[in-house]
Design a protein around this ligand. Structure first.
Ligand SMILES: Cc1cc2nc3c(=O)[nH]c(=O)nc-3n(C[C@H](O)[C@H](O)[C@H](O)COP(=O)(O)O)c2cc1C
Length: 321
């Protein structure tokens, strides 16, 4: 770890300027901790519904469990109701996260349609209430993750970022797309630069960072304090160590795949861990030119030993371009 922090979120020193994005179904404890080990500067949990926190949903512990080595850890919450968000944050405080983040970016209809996630972007006054009450009541930094607006006609990223800052928010991550875009089109890095110019709290740029060179390009283009990487890290956590996927050797891939699988089986149990690992495995092997049958055999292995044996038999070689 470098001796000097790269920046602070409230009082919390952050070492490094690249962060694994929160991703439902992916950024669980096994993946976060390996990304953190490789250089991701903060561990954000997958988003958690405040109502599930208040109802003590039976699977909640799986979404919120973290290793001490992951710190600083951010629990991410979503809801459309300021009071529920406050009560959920207070209920989670004893689990000792370093920060709590409010999701204002989720575009899926069942979340944004009820006014949560990106739906909050249409209610700036509610965002002000949420940040005012959480940051006044909790003794840890409250951060936010936003999109740049609901749609092209209602871009309000700088207004929302200022509201977050003015109401006690300690950092803001900006996915440079609107809710309407979902994941289509290019992320608008100019908009991220506008947010950076509008506030003094740390700003994280997010969207379309796939290669190590994109990290520098994003920082240069936007001036952001850190770069958040989502899809580009799936199957390539080495990006946090400054390596593009083609620079990672086959033995390194083998070692990572098996370590990741083992971590998932330890965390979820042998059967569920193997099943949940398949979506990661598909991405780890995607650069190799496997036939559909080879791919299927590998992805439907019933045990970790079978998975390892098949991996070795395939003697993976990158596909010819
Ligand atoms: C499968 C998936 C799940 C996601 N889940 C979350 C989530 O739980 N919380 C959140 O703030 N963003 C979530 N996102 C959005 C990402 O954090 C990120 O903002 C987006 O993917 C853009 O970054 P990228 O181009 O680097 O992928 C998710 C994205 C994907 C692809």
């Amino acid at each position: 770890m470098p001796s000097e922090p790269s920046f602070h979120i409230g009082p919390i020193p952050i070492y490094g300027r690249v962060i694994l994005s929160p991703m439902d179904g992916f950024s669980d404890q096994p993946f976060r901790s390996l990304a953190r080990r490789l250089g991701s500067a903060i561990s954000y949990t997958e988003f958690v519904n405040a109502q599930d926190v208040l109802n003590t949903h039976p699977h909640l512990h799986l979404r919120l469990a973290f290793l001490e080595t992951e710190r600083p850890v951010t629990f991410q919450l979503f809801d459309d109701d300021p009071e529920r968000l406050l009560q959920a944050a207070l209920k989670l405080r004893p689990y000792n996260p370093d920060m709590i983040d409010i999701n204002m970016g989720c575009s899926v209809r069942c979340v944004s349609g009820r006014g949560a996630g990106a739906g909050l972007l249409r209610e700036p006054a509610k965002i002000a209430r949420i940040f005012r009450s959480l940051s006044a009541t909790l003794d840890i930094p409250i951060t936010g993750k936003i999109r740049i607006g609901w749609d092209e006609d209602s871009l309000n990223h700088t207004e929302i970022a200022r509201i977050i800052e003015d109401n006690g928010g300690a950092a803001v991550a900006v996915h440079g797309r609107t809710k309407s875009q979902a994941y289509r089109g290019n992320a608008n890095w100019d908009a991220i630069a506008e947010v950076k110019a509008a506030v003094r709290i740390p700003v994280f740029g997010n969207g379309d960072v796939r290669l190590v060179a994109d990290i520098g390009r994003m920082r240069e283009h936007t001036g952001c304090d850190a770069v958040m990487i989502g899809r580009g890290a799936i199957g390539n956590p080495w990006i946090f160590a400054g390596l593009d996927r083609h620079e990672v050797s086959q033995p390194q891939v083998r070692q990572m795949v098996l370590a990741h699988l083992e971590a998932m089986q330890t965390f979820y149990g042998a059967d569920l861990g193997l099943v949940l690992f398949r979506k990661h495995a598909a991405r780890y092997i995607s650069p190799y030119g496997l036939t559909p049958a080879q791919r299927e055999d590998l992805l439907t292995s019933q045990t970790a030993q079978d998975f390892a044996r098949l991996l070795d038999e395939l003697a993976l070689q990158p596909a010819m371009a």
